[in-house]
Write a protein that binds this ligand. Structure first.
Ligand SMILES: Nc1nc2c(ncn2[C@@H]2O[C@H](COP(=O)(O)OP(=O)(O)OP(=O)(O)O)[C@@H](O)[C@H]2O)c(=O)[nH]1
Ligand SMILES: [Mg+2]
Length: 253
């Protein structure tokens, strides 16, 4: 059923009041293009976004969700609210992955200052990109302090999704030729910050060296890209990562 104009503005009022259920409802409407989503979006004030979007992308299993969990904990210790949006490219079969993300973020489950949402990409890149813009606009309108976007960086489409972020963190893990994989899919090209997660593993130093060597080969960029080693499971290196993210943000302002 089409929501009427008063229904749309009631949803907006609840959203502006910070009601989590209203945020969830609005995102579901937009993500699924439910009847009335366009009418609702028309009621949303058209103003420049003020909430920064920090994107974490990288190959499956490098530790993006664990890293986001640790970064979220740091933001919360600074009293910043965090909305996490995970875009899952393989969603029809990955209920398990989403469940896993929830487990990794479980320490924030009781915290009203953390909102976690998984979105399916359903293989429709254009639709996804259009909708994710609107999802981000809604979270910004709702007044969150930080938006974190998790995408699996395995192909060009995910690179495009990641490009929406103001600060792009590309996550790598030691061994497995991940850095080569990253370069092939073009994610190194968009990185503002390179993370070598799982720095507790023996080959981490080698992976950092390889990434720094690759950065030196890039001819089309003068910007310096930080390479930061982290152990997401023990929150090691997260202060440094957060400082690098903040430095990127202040460069943009
Ligand atoms: N040894 C070690 N393991 C880690 C570290 N960070 C994450 N892991 C483990 O790596 C596995 C994958 O972590 P996730 O955070 O789910 O990785 P992801 O990149 O979000 O995975 P997908 O969303 O499936 O692409 C989990 O078993 C984590 O516990 C780390 O710093 N060191
Ligand atoms: Mg994940």
């Amino acid at each position: 059923m089409m929501p009427t104009q008063p229904e749309s503005s009631a949803l907006l009022t609840r959203l502006l009041d910070g009601e989590l259920a209203a945020l969830a409802r609005a995102i579901t409407m937009i993500d699924n293009e439910l009847p009335g989503h366009a009418a609702f979006l028309e009621t949303v004030p058209d103003k420049p976004r003020t909430t920064p979007v920090v994107g974490f992308t990288g190959a499956p299993g490098v530790g993006k969700s664990t890293l986001i969990n640790a970064y979220t904990a740091l933001c919360r210790s600074q009293d910043r609210s965090v909305a996490v949006v995970s875009v899952d490219p393989s969603s029809p079969i990955s209920g398990g992955a989403i469940l896993g993300d929830r487990l990794r973020m479980a320490e924030h489950a009781q915290d009203d200052g953390v909102y976690i949402r998984s979105l399916a990409s359903r293989g429709h890149l254009g639709g996804l990109c259009r909708n994710i813009d609107q999802v981000i606009r809604i979270i910004d309108t709702a007044g969150w302090d930080v938006i974190v976007l998790e995408t699996v960086g395995t192909g060009q489409s995910e690179v495009e999704v990641a490009s929406i972020a103001d600060v792009k963190v590309v996550v790598n893990a030691p061994g497995m030729g991940d850095s080569i994989q990253a370069m092939k899919s073009g994610i190194l090209e968009i990185a503002d910050i390179l993370v070598v997660n799982k720095a507790d593993l023996p080959q981490a130093g080698q992976t950092s060296k390889e990434l720094r060597a690759m950065l030196r080969l890039r001819s089309n960029s003068t910007a310096t890209v930080a390479v930061i080693e982290t152990v997401a499971t023990s929150h090691a290196g997260i202060d440094e990562l957060s400082a690098a993210i903040d430095a990127c943000r202040s460069c943009m302002e």
